[in-house]
Design a protein around this ligand. Structure first.
Ligand code: GCB
Length: 598
């Protein structure tokens, strides 16, 4: 357990947190000379850069956009006081890896670009003065990084990222940075698990602190009335006539955790908390005991200029668009998103399949096209696998630790489209699933998204998941355009083969869709025209509606998004139901109508 990893920065009676977002200094370090030249102390010839943001789309030149290698950030921040508290820095993420220095001293280093980086800087900060913060980051991909990929060096020496995945390798300090001050004796982490009995609920909690003083936990309803109270590091809050957090009808309580010494409050942490249960029963997904059909999207953190940089207005707009389509769910394809997405999903009653950045576990820079060809790339048979597994386990741990208390998170996805047809893959993923199940206090369903090679007869990993997630493109990558009738025939054939296995678990489509240009209309339809996207969807819906074990449809993708350049991508992936600017294509109206009563 990492101190403060899962605790989002909050201001309470005993805690402060100050955003360090703004314009910082920045410099590329293609020769990796920064450390030797002591850039952690000071960087010459730096340029200004906004935090948070990806760096790629801020510039006007090709080199900066596609830069791959080391790069540095620096800023100065004022610390008013340091007595009787711990002072910490918390980055929402540094993509893909980072080393943090304060006043020239190395504080921490972190691998993985989509989870928080935390450093205790108490012993190195100077009170009443400006302090110097430097970050050395790196965005290279390899076969033991999550996500997976490689680096290609051009003849002129320029390095380029070669992702084994279909989204642009946006990098940088893409999420907010906070300076946090908390008491010496403090709350390090907590978990809370709800169970229901009749109209009442019990919330079993566990609080971890670094001291021995008493812990007091209270629950307040939305009007601010205290409805339950308990003491001790472990305990239960009994809530009479509990208001449940329901899908698209959220109710959130306020949970208040205190460390107390008599009447004195030593530390205090507060968070919104939704009371709900999730469970898989036979082929049904149950929330509070009621079946839910998942309607929604695979998404990306992706927008013009800011890339994967966190932006509240974008969160708001995306939720408004999702609500307009009558959706109730999304998958954080293909990495854990900024925490604010989950907070807002808690408020709006959206369900989330929370995915770790285990994508690209198939040796191909066009995995979207290779999936389905049957090509086998020996991914889980190479010497890098132990290092990959170590990373994978660590990031699953950090993701579950960070996201475990969100009502919106109803399942964790531990992979997207790896090679699953070998016993090597089975051994690898058995370890990942075993670890994830140990870690989640809520015992949520665990899953992963399977591509087409993971067929019922060949897949060695489907038995590991609690519900099946299939990514299928019948009518796009397979038998598209005028061949769509064949595609649907093949689709039914595959579903019947799954049905014959009698797995007795829900199946959810976590991807299906067509690239569609918002500018294109054509009668009769052709691939890439809006009419084809709609026809494809209607044909796919007929398949979904045939099998009662199909319990959800998350279309690929919510919006058009940026990818690596290539002949299969027209300035990015155009499978959005919305454009990259978040305006509806015709398909958005199709979903709005279908999901109204589904
Ligand atoms: C997939 C991948 C996703 C791609 C998508 C596509 O199977 O999981 O990352 O973007 O296909 O559009 O090809």
């Amino acid at each position: 357990m990492l101190d403060q990893l899962s605790l989002y920065p909050r201001i309470t009676h005993t805690r402060t947190s100050v955003s360090l977002d703004g314009m910082w200094h920045f410099r590329f370090d293609p020769e990796s000379i920064g450390e030797q030249e002591k850039w952690m102390d000071h960087m010459d010839s730096s340029i200004s850069i906004p935090v948070p943001s990806s760096f790629a789309d801020l510039f006007t030149d090709q080199y900066s956009k596609n830069y791959c290698g080391d790069f540095w950030y620096e800023t100065d921040f004022f610390v008013p006081k340091t007595e009787n508290c711990r002072t910490m820095l918390r980055f929402g993420s540094i993509t893909h890896r980072g080393t943090v220095y304060v006043n020239g001293v190395k504080i921490t280093e972190h691998e993985g670009g989509f989870l928080p980086v935390i450093g205790d800087i108490t012993d190195v900060v100077k009170p009443g003065e400006f302090n110097h913060l430097a970050v050395k980051a790196n965005n290279e991909l390899n076969e033991s990084s999550l996500p997976c990929g490689s680096v290609k060096t051009l003849q002129n020496g320029t390095k380029l990222a070669f992702p084994y995945f279909d989204f642009f390798n946006y990098s940088g300090i893409q999420r907010s940075v906070y300076l946090i001050q908390i008491p010496d004796e403090h709350i390090q982490d907590y978990s809370a698990v709800s169970s229901l009995s009749g109209n009442d609920a019990d919330v079993a909690y566990e609080v971890i602190t670094n001291g021995e003083h008493e812990v007091r936990v209270s629950l307040f309803d939305a009007d601010g009335n205290k409805v339950a109270e308990s003491s001790g590091k472990k305990g239960t809050l009994h809530v009479e006539n509990a208001h449940l957090w329901n899908v698209r009808k959220a109710y959130l309580y306020n949970l208040c955790i205190q460390i107390v010494d008599g009447e004195k409050v030593i530390d205090e942490y507060m968070e919104r908390y939704g009371i709900r249960t999730v469970e898989i029963k036979g082929t049904k997904i149950l929330v509070n005991g009621n079946p839910v059909y998942l309607k929604g999207f695979g998404k990306h953190e992706d927008f013009d200029i800011i890339g994967r940089g966190f932006n509240w207005p974008l969160v708001k707009r995306d939720f408004e668009c999702m609500k307009w389509t009558n959706a109730n769910c999304f998958r954080t394809s293909h990495y854990p998103y900024a925490e604010e997405w989950y907070q807002f999903a808690d408020e709006e009653g959206f369900l989330i399949i929370d995915e770790v950045a285990a994508v690209g576990m198939m040796r191909s820079t066009r995995n979207f096209a290779v999936a389905g060809t049957g090509n086998y790339t020996y991914f889980f048979e190479t010497p890098t696998v132990p290092a990959l597994l170590k990373n994978h386990l660590l990031q699953v741990e950090e993701m579950i630790e960070r996201d475990k208390n969100h009502a919106s998170v109803f399942a964790f996805s531990l992979f997207n489209e790896p090679e699953t047809t070998s016993t090597y893959a089975h051994d690898y993923f058995s370890k990942v699933f075993e670890r994830a199940r140990e870690l989640d206090p809520q015992h949520r369903p665990m899953t992963g998204a399977f591509e087409k090679n993971s067929a019922p007869e060949k897949c060695q990993c489907y038995m590991l998941v609690d519900f099946m997630c299939l990514n299928r493109y019948y009518g796009w990558y397979i038998s598209g355009g005028p061949e769509i009738s064949d595609a649907i025939y093949k689709f039914h054939d595959e579903m019947q083969r799954w049905q014959a296995k009698k797995l007795n678990v829900p199946f959810v489509f976590t991807e299906f869709g067509t690239d569609t240009l918002a500018t294109e209309h054509k009668l009769p339809s052709v691939m890439w025209a809006q009419e084809y996207q709609n026809e494809y969807l209607e044909e796919n819906f007929k398949v979904f509606d045939t099998y009662d074990f199909i319990q959800g449809e998350l279309v690929w993708n919510f919006a058009d998004f940026q990818t690596t350049e290539g002949i299969m991508r027209v300035n990015g992936n155009k499978k959005g139901v919305f454009t990259r600017e978040r305006q509806p294509k015709d398909a958005a109206f199709t979903f709005r109508k279908r999901w109204e009563n589904k």
